[in-house]
Write a protein that binds this ligand. Structure first.
Ligand code: G4P
Ligand code: NA
Ligand code: NA
Length: 194
């Protein structure tokens, strides 16, 4: 998506050789006009999938997920990372390991917000090692719901998340695909390869 790539080039900061800081429009300050356009793009990409629900993980997935929900006119549910006071047997729970932060988090969703009639679109801000997405896929299986696809704002193709998801034959669409960071610059995959 051209406007997203342009924004990444303008406001993204490369940290080390594998992290892109985008706190100007996605991870801290949020640009709702850009989010709205991304929501509409996700709708264009998945409009034939009969989506009934959008699923994400707090916190940075929520903004793009809500704008996708607005475009599809369906509810948005975000998995929570912290233990809630709700009884365990009222929750679907999965464990997500973060390679970046080297910690495991439990993520959970109340059973009342996901069921076997749902066709779910997962939305997340980044696809890196794919652990967050895998946790959500696990929860969708527990609920016996259908997974219709995965929409990602920024994918880093050089990390292993995409391969993990492709192996399961899931329909994935990323609005920006980063092939590498070279000398502090972002290199996108060619359109022909996306
Ligand atoms: P994974 O889910 O793909 O396995 O990601 P990983 O464990 O590597 O990343 C942990 C956190 O870091 C996730 O956010 C993920 O979205 C974020 N992340 C991964 N790569 C990048 C990057 O290049 N830039 C930025 N800005 N974030 C990245 P989280 O811990 O769930 O935090 P939150 O922001 O959603 O609260
Ligand atoms: Na995230
Ligand atoms: Na994040």
């Amino acid at each position: 998506m051209k406007i997203l790539e342009d924004r990444i080039l303008k406001d993204g900061q490369v940290l080390g050789h594998d992290v892109l800081k985008v706190d100007n429009f996605l991870n801290h300050q949020v640009d709702p006009m850009l989010m709205q356009q991304m929501g509409e793009e996700f709708h264009r990409l998945f409009k034939d999938e009969k989506i009934t629900k959008i699923l994400t993980v707090e916190s940075s997935g929520i903004a793009p997920a809500v704008f996708a929900g607005l475009a599809f006119k369906v509810p948005v549910v975000f998995a929570r990372k912290h233990k809630s006071v709700t009884l365990k047997d009222e929750l679907y729970t999965s464990v997500v390991y973060s390679y970046t932060k080297k910690v495991s988090n439990h993520i959970s969703i109340s059973k009342k917000f996901l069921n076997s009639d749902d066709r779910v679109l997962i939305i997340d801000d980044f696809l890196a090692n794919g652990q967050a997405v895998q946790g959500l896929v696990d929860i969708i299986k527990q609920a016996d719901a259908d997974l219709a696809g995965i929409g990602i704002v920024i994918e880093k193709t050089f990390q292993k998340g995409r391969e993990l998801i492709d192996k399961e034959g899931i329909h994935v669409e990323s609005l920006a695909r980063i092939k590498a960071f070279e000398d502090g610059k972002v290199i996108f995959m060619d359109e022909a390869n996306t």
